[in-house]
Design a protein around this ligand. Structure first.
Ligand code: DSN
Length: 437
């Protein structure tokens, strides 16, 4: 027998490259294990989902839908995906679900492919007001070559100006009215917008990426029953699954459903990430059991964090509306466009609190904004409650207001986090050996 490929001693330089990746991966895990993950678009996956994501499925292919495949070897995966489609319909109260999409943005591209053709008009929230980049000319809207008009924005209420939005829709008769943001504090008054949209023959597309878990847990709004025809979303933010996307609809029309399925395959995916799809299905089952409680706890925690930050002296947005009804809290740290948000995010990173700078109303530059966007869904998932939200706000104040020694604050961040190493709201919680990252 000749030499077995891969059995020789590797060159030190090539091995060093792989080891550098292993080291950085471990370091990234340590950062979150010892720190506070507060990026509003992130979450951690349950032990069972972690196993599925690391399974043999990661290397396999499927195209088409369960029972209608282009490859052999898909029977077991058909069982998984069929269960997932029916669970997704149940958990999101949808008539139609496609669970193949690899991200929220991919779901948006597919939805826009199904709903509009190049040159059609679309209305959406501007990125300056918190709309996602896929809602903009620089993203999926531009990729589909749609003619974008953005809604006027109500700064006090942090939502589209409803009268203005309805007027815009009636004036320009778009093909698609896109609703939803990445900066998403409050439910959008959807019924009024949907009435105007349907009056002019437009479809209503709701991007629930950030708030999908809150919607499914009954704690935010119910877009598919408030007039949305399509709901897209990510599977890894407040919905705590592996990275991926969902495409959902309230339509019972088989032709519409076929168009949506075709928009995913062959539209924007050939094969998709089977290990992530299977992980989504486990996460859906876990959500069916624990989701409502999780969603309630997230919203309680975000309110508690906002109130505690305000009490510590921070400028927390939307005070007149009790700050938030979602997983997010927004804080302003200096003058508009001053870059104070970027500076605050860096200081927090230095003490092990991971957040992101964000444009707030008035800011015009994405790299030097005045604000921070905070999310509590991950801290909630590891069991933090109201008491810890007050502690977190104190740590923010020590780092950002009282200019304490950052190493001391970092140690206290680590101490706090050391008591929260178990992933909650999932199966097999008791079998965890710790915070698996
Ligand atoms: N850009 C992400 C966010 O953090 O909101 C979503 O894709």
């Amino acid at each position: 027998m000749g030499e077995v490929p891969g059995s020789w001693k590797p060159n030190n330089e090539t091995l060093a490259k792989a080891n550098a990746v292993m080291d950085a991966t471990k370091a990234s895990g340590d950062l979150y294990r010892n720190g506070l993950g507060m990026i509003a678009s992130e979450n951690i996956i349950s032990p069972m989902v972690q196993k599925i994501v690391a399974s043999d499925l990661h290397g396999r292919y499927a195209e088409g839908l369960p029972g209608k495949r282009y490859y052999q070897g898909c029977d077991d995966f058909d069982t998984i995906e069929s269960l997932g489609i029916s669970l997704a319909k149940q958990v999101f109260g949808a008539q139609f679900a496609n669970i193949q999409s690899t991200s929220g943005t991919v779901s948006n591209i597919a939805a826009l492919k199904a709903l509009a053709k190049p040159g059609d008009k679309i209305t959406a929230v501007s990125t300056a007001d918190g709309g996602h980049i896929s809602h903009a000319r620089m993203g999926a809207v531009g990729l589909r070559d749609l003619d974008l008009s953005t809604y006027p924005w109500d700064i006090d209420r942090m939502e589209p100006d409803i009268d203005g939005a309805c007027k815009l829709i009636r004036e320009i008769s778009p093909k698609v009215c896109l609703i939803g943001q990445s900066v998403f504090l409050f439910p959008t008054p959807l019924k009024e917008i949907a009435a105007a949209a349907h009056e002019v023959g437009a479809s209503v597309m709701y991007d629930g990426a950030h708030v999908l878990g809150l919607i499914a847990g009954g704690q935010f709004q119910d877009p598919l029953r408030e007039g949305a025809d399509i709901m897209t979303g990510s599977s890894h933010k407040t919905f705590p699954g592996p990275q991926g996307g969902f495409l959902l609809s309230s339509s019972e029309d088989e032709k519409v459903q076929k168009r949506l399925n075709n928009a995913i395959f062959p539209g924007v995916c050939s094969s998709y990430h089977l290990h992530h799809v299977a992980g989504k299905v486990v996460a859906l089952a876990e959500f069916e059991e624990y989701g409502e409680t999780y969603a309630k706890d997230i919203v309680k925690n975000s309110r508690a964090l906002a109130e505690s930050l305000a009490a510590e002296g921070f400028d927390v947005l939307a005070e007149s509306r009790n700050y938030t009804a979602s997983h997010q809290v927004l804080t302003r740290h200096g003058d508009i466009d001053s870059g104070a948000g970027a500076k605050a995010a860096k200081t927090l990173e230095d003490v092990g609190i991971i957040t992101n700078m964000n444009m707030l109303p008035g800011d015009t530059k994405a790299l030097t904004p005045s604000g921070l966007r905070l999310g509590v869904q991950e801290l909630t998932r590891v069991g933090m409650g109201k008491t810890e939200m007050a502690e977190v706000a104190k740590l923010f104040a020590r780092a950002l207001i009282h200019n304490e020694d950052l190493n001391r604050v970092k140690q206290d961040v680590k101490n706090l986090k050391s008591n929260f190493q178990t992933i909650r709201y999932c199966f097999n919680e008791e079998e965890q050996s710790g915070y698996i990252l």
